[in-house]
Design a protein around this ligand. Structure first.
Ligand SMILES: [Zn+2]
Length: 684
């Protein structure tokens, strides 16, 4: 359950999107988070640190010392503070909706009863593992490997991710059309690399994973010996599937994940799998062609299917049923799941309080029904207008920047400007809300609610196949603290959740707001022109619009950023992956510069009086640093190096400002200061 489908191939956000176990990402304590917005204050600056030596330390070390990681979190940063304030608002909405009374709207009935069922621990404990009986019985009854297709259909519809993933998505080369998409899947660990890395920490992690799988089988009633043998089988099958899977860095390359083919061509990759029965069973409209994201994965899947007995496959399916549903089962399952995925994998000490987990589940399964009420309560017309005005100012800055780039020829500039002009902005909340009217939410049936919600969501997504793209559809609900650019739609999305302090503050000066939300807007716009986004044109189609010379110049400039960040240490001696993080780092550098240009143009040559002894330029850079202050466990930092295309907060700050001579001037840094990169990189 709570399968995070918002991480479609190619939504480029501002934050880490890895969210297996949303429950492990929020902070504890009933009294926390109710505080009003934390605004910038000069008291936060660490006067013992020279901003020219370590700007992040200067801006963030006091916050870092004062905000240790809460026990139920693997990390904590300014984003989390903001997200937590949103959680309290959502809880109020859910608690009010949960009161059974005459006149509840259909939406209130659904969100209220969903939350009440999730909070009803007594009923969940009483039911024990019984809710799994249907799935486990169906798996036990399989008679031949031919029956596996039917079972995969059943499990996919309920939201259990086995073997592969089937979804809809934009056709990269005809982006206004939605096509079927077949992708790798079926792994329990966060990424394929986890199955092969041979450093001692990775080997130890795999041993602990196998031990966890064994314990989950024991919770289903198997004895220790049988469960140990079963866990070994699961590891073998998943390792086999992982062999055919693409790594995260390759998955950022659109050319490597686009293989449009006919159903006949798919059948040639694996002739023994009954694809037609699968597509029909899972409820897809009829179609002729689809994107097979990684054809080698499908071939490898056949090898693994043939290499294991029916009994082995039953074991693999049983594991994924219990794994996928663990969070909504009794405490013994929840706790064991947390032991591995929360504690071992991410270094979290404690499980989040139940209400926070239930808020996350409701957000994940009924997000827009909640979001509709959330925006009525929190988001006024003024917020939308001011945000739009900032977007326009930054688009203007990007226009001027493109025109003045010395390394880019006229023809490419023309194309870039037409792409920029075509970008559409989505701010606050969607124009059209999702329809949950056919989703049945039954009070007292937390498990069934989750299965039906997954089924409803899959049907909604598959129903898009063969239809034109609907740009009114948002990738996440409006209370989300994030922002994104979608290259196949050529649009940016800023939900209401992020248009608040410390990103955007009605009471702050322009310098602070341009350093905060302004740089975020610039970041998302730059995604249209980073190493990945630049491969898509104004209509969102994967098409080269660059001259060969300009492309070469562009690649030289991005490789400067790649090499710069590849030298930064994430934890111990583990360095960042310069290629995986290239798009995000390019967007951070471009976004900060564009916001700076927009600020100067807003100030129109007038230098405002300093505030708290800080000039507008200094406050701008502090506005940027301020949003990235964060603490992370070593375990989380290590995990994110493999799966997260974003750099840690420290380098989002120091990596960008050290590339800007404007920063040196603002803080009067010596020419050779650490924050004055001698080989300063600049793309935009
Ligand atoms: Zn981004």
């Amino acid at each position: 359950m709570f399968k995070s489908r918002i991480i479609a191939v190619f939504i480029i956000g501002l934050l880490t999107a890895w969210s297996r176990g949303l429950w492990a990402q929020e902070k504890s304590g009933e009294d926390r988070g109710k505080t009003s917005a934390v605004r910038f204050s000069p008291d936060l600056l660490d006067k013992d640190i020279d901003p020219c030596n370590d700007f992040y330390g200067y801006a963030c070390s006091k916050w870092i010392a004062a905000n240790p990681i809460p026990a139920d979190r693997p990390g904590w940063g300014r984003f989390n503070e903001l997200a937590e304030r949103g959680e309290y608002i959502v809880r109020d909405i859910l608690e009010k909706a949960a009161v059974e009374r005459a006149g509840r709207s259909a939406a209130e009935q659904k969100i209220g009863d969903h939350y009440a069922s999730c909070m009803d621990e007594t009923a969940i404990e009483k039911a024990g593992s019984k809710p799994l009986d249907n799935d486990l019985g169906s798996i036990a009854a399989l008679h031949s490997k031919k029956d596996l297709t039917r079972e995969i259909v059943r499990l996919h519809r309920e939201g259990t991710g086995v073997l592969f993933d089937f979804d809809s998505g934009s056709d990269f080369k005809n982006a206004s059309q939605i096509i079927a998409q077949l992708d790798q899947g079926g792994l329990g660990l966060p990424d394929r690399d986890y199955y092969f890395k041979d450093d001692p920490k990775s080997i130890e992690l795999r041993e602990k994973y196998v031990a966890h799988v064994q314990k989950m089988f024991q919770l289903l009633g198997d004895d220790a010996g049988k469960a140990a043998a079963e866990a070994k089988v699961v590891m073998e099958i998943e390792t086999g599937l992982a062999k055919g899977a693409l790594d995260q860095t390759s998955r950022r390359d659109p050319q490597k994940i686009y293989h449009k083919m006919s159903k006949q061509e798919l059948a040639a990759l694996d002739a023994d799998f009954d694809w037609n029965s699968y597509f029909e069973g899972v409820g897809a409209p009829t179609f002729d062609s689809l994107n097979v994201v990684e054809p080698d994965f499908i071939k490898q899947m056949r090898t693994v299917l043939d290499g294991h007995s029916l009994e082995d496959w039953k074991t693999y399916l049983r594991w994924h049923v219990v794994h996928s549903n663990a969070a909504i089962l009794p405490a013994t399952f929840v706790n064991e799941d947390f032991e591995f995925f929360g504690k071992t994998l991410q270094g979290t000490k404690e499980l989040r309080p139940r209400w926070k987990r239930c808020v996350s589940f409701a957000d994940g399964e009924l997000g827009e029904a909640i979001g509709q009420i959330y925006v009525q309560q929190t988001f006024g017309a003024e917020g939308k207008e001011r945000a739009l005005a900032m977007v326009e100012a930054i688009e203007k800055a990007l226009h001027e920047d493109i025109e003045s780039r010395p390394w880019m020829g006229e023809e490419t500039k023309k194309q870039a400007l037409s792409k920029l002009a075509a970008i559409t902005n989505r701010i606050g909340y969607p124009d059209k809300w999702r329809d949950y009217s056919t989703l049945e939410i039954v009070r007292g049936d937390a498990f069934g609610n989750s299965q039906r919600a997954n089924q409803h969501e899959l049907a909604r997504r598959l129903n898009k196949i063969g239809k034109p793209l609907d740009k009114r559809d948002w990738p996440y609900p409006p209370m989300t603290v994030n922002a994104s650019y979608n290259p196949t739609q050529n649009n940016i999305t800023f939900p209401a959740g992020i248009l608040q302090p410390p990103f955007y503050d009605n009471q702050a000066d322009d310098a602070m707001n341009f350093g905060g939300i302004g740089a975020v807007i610039g970041h998302e716009l730059t995604h249209g022109f980073d190493d990945q986004g630049s491969q898509f044109d104004a209509d969102g189609n994967l098409r080269n619009w660059w001259t060969a010379d300009d492309k070469k110049n562009f690649d030289e400039r991005t490789s400067c950023i790649r090499d710069e960040y590849a030298g930064f240490v994430a934890v111990d001696d583990l360095k960042l992956n310069g290629k995986l993080t290239l798009g995000e780092n390019t967007a951070d550098n471009g976004g900060l510069r564009l916001a700076y240009m927009a600020l100067l143009s807003t100030l129109a040559g007038k230098e405002p009086a300093p505030i708290d002894g800080l000039t507008a330029e200094q406050r701008f850079f502090l506005g940027w640093a301020n949003v990235w202050c964060q603490n992370r466990t070593d375990a989380l930092a290590r995990m994110l190096v493999t799966v997260d295309p974003h750099s840690p907060g420290k380098y989002r700050v120091n990596g960008t400002v050290s590339n800007m001579p404007e920063f040196r001037e603002a803080f009067h840094c010596a020419a050779k200061a650490p924050m004055a990169n001698q080989n300063a990189c600049r793309v935009w």
